[in-house]
Every structure is written in C-alpha cells, then in structure tokens.
Design a protein around this ligand. Structure first.
Ligand SMILES: Nc1ncnc2c1ncn2[C@@H]1O[C@H](COP(=O)(O)OP(=O)(O)O)[C@@H](O)[C@H]1O
Ligand SMILES: [Mg+2]
Length: 168
C-alpha cells in the first residue's frame, strides 16, 4: 500500500553551507545549513542586519548564493535558467509587510498582472480573477481602485496579487 503520509515529511527547502557576500565586504550569511519540510512552520528570528531578508531572497532566488547549495522542491536553484527558473519563482509566494499592490489600479487588475506573464488568453485570466475575488469574498471590489480598499481587504488581496518577478 502506498503511504500517503510520506509526502508530508518531504524536504521542501534545503540549504547546505550557504554563504552570501555582498561586494565588496559584507558577509550577510556565513555557512548556513537548514532543512525545511513540506508543511512545516519555520520561523527566522534575529537582530536587524542578521541576514533574515537575505535568506528569504536566496530561497526565492531573487539573489544567488556566493557559496553553497540551495534546493527548493528538489531543484538546485543555481542550476535553473530561463523558463525553468521563472516557473519555480512563480510557485514561491512572498507576502511583504508593506503591501505590494498597485494602488492606482483596480483589485482585478492587481490580480491579473501576475497572471499575464503566465497565461496567454485574456478570457482565462478574466475568469480566474473573478474566481479568486469570489473566494476572497471581494467580488464587489472587482473594479475598486486598491488605494481605496480597507487594510483587511488589501491584505487579503495581496496574498493573491502580484509577487514581484525578479529580473533574470
Ligand atoms: N543589497 C545589499 N548590498 C549590500 N549589503 C547588503 C545588501 N542587502 C543587505 N546587505 C547587508 O547584509 C546584512 C544582512 O542584511 P539583511 O539580510 O537585510 O538582514 P535582516 O533582514 O536580518 O535585517 C546587513 O549587514 C546588510 O547591511
Ligand atoms: Mg530584513
């Protein structure tokens, strides 16, 4: 019998002896190794400047490590290029403390932006946007400029909205 629980303990993120140097001389991370399983809640705490943001940038492949190996979902991210790297980045969601919504566009437009890079047909995007807004109970905000939304609605929308696609 197949063990359905096996995927629960699958390793999602693995870092082995990772260092990050910002030239000329800032060692942001030195020899970090960690392993995070599927479904695990993992908290990173530390003083300002300890390297927390750098760690997240490495995992989301917005920055490359100076040394060491990073695997996300079994893929060594430094070996990925072009299309495969873009696909992986699309799967990694980053929720920022300061909402990255475009405040001069509507709720629907904010959601659509993140899809325009990955889907071709506008009608598919329109349907998906409507479905997501319905799931968030924000259907009535479809055409509301996000700068006019409440903080709670902005926060909910942010989870569905654009995560920045970093440059290659
Ligand atoms: N783009 C950068 N260029 C140069 N130094 C940086 C850059 N980003 C962060 N640093 C430096 O790297 C160290 C770790 O920063 P950071 O990862 O932002 O820490 P934290 O998020 O824990 O406050 C700090 O010394 C910071 O000044
Ligand atoms: Mg930080």
């Amino acid at each position: 019998m197949k063990n359905n629980a096996s995927h629960i303990t699958e390793t999602m993120i693995e870092m082995i002896k990772v260092s990050k140097l910002y030239p000329p001389d800032v060692i942001a991370l030195r020899n970090i190794s960690l392993s995070i399983s599927n479904g695990e809640m993992f908290f990173i705490i530390g003083m300002s400047g300890a390297g927390k943001t750098t760690l997240l940038k490495l995992i989301s492949s917005m920055e490359l490590p100076t040394n060491g190996l990073i695997e996300v979902s079994g893929l060594a991210i430094h070996q990925l290029k072009g299309y495969k790297l873009a696909r992986l980045r699309q799967k990694i969601g980053v929720a920022y403390q300061d909402f990255k919504l475009l405040t001069d566009r509507t709720a629907a437009e904010n959601i659509a932006i993140s899809m325009e890079v990955s889907y071709k047909k506008p009608q598919i995007i329109r349907k998906r946007v409507k479905d997501l807004l319905a799931q968030l109970d924000l259907s009535d905000k479809h055409d509301t400029i996000t700068g006019e939304l409440s903080r709670g609605s902005s926060s909910a929308l942010h989870w569905q909205g654009p995560s920045p696609i970093p440059p290659p």
